[in-house]
Write a protein that binds this ligand. Sequence first.
Ligand SMILES: CC(C)(COP(=O)(O)OP(=O)(O)OC[C@H]1O[C@@H](n2cnc3c(N)ncnc32)[C@H](O)[C@@H]1OP(=O)(O)O)[C@@H](O)C(=O)NCCC(=O)NCCS
Length: 132
Amino acid sequence: MIKKIQKSLEIDNLLKIYFPHYRRTNDPFENIAIYKDKEIKGIVVYSIIYERSEINYILVMKNYRHQNIGTQLLEFAIDEIKKNKCQNISLEVNTDNLTAVNFYLKNNFEIKAVRQNYYGSKDAYLMVKELR
Ligand SMILES: CC(C)(COP(=O)(O)OP(=O)(O)OC[C@H]1O[C@@H](n2cnc3c(N)ncnc32)[C@H](O)[C@@H]1OP(=O)(O)O)[C@@H](O)C(=O)NCCC(=O)NCCS
């Protein structure tokens, strides 16, 4: 039920609703996977840039949270990233977003730094998961 897809207007619009800072790019390093049965329940956007990788966005629709969908999407992205022999995965997350911070901690990401004013007036944690 998780599959890689091309970027589309539908995905852009879903991401825009949840991430006010979301900007559409034509970044060739960016990958998208969705969790879908009758409808799209979750989306992960991740970049693989040679030996570096990033989780750009992960989103589970409100009605489907706490059903392990976020974890499955993250594991899908991690498997893809590992195939590309990346050394680690990094991401930025709003320090106020405790749900997401806890979600990443549970999935063995570590807080490495605070990026001041990363989201306008809001700070972000730089979180990293080592892969070897
Ligand atoms: C973060 C997010 C993707 C998690 O998705 P999810 O499908 O609910 O996550 P899972 O069901 O796989 O949860 C895995 C674990 O993460 C942690 N977690 C998830 N939601 C949590 C919450 N509200 N509070 C505390 N911990 C939470 C828990 O440890 C959870 O395990 P549990 O369900 O056994 O308690 C989802 O909450 C979301 O879409 N949030 C809005 C978008 C966002 O903030 N994305 C991250 C920034 S890019």
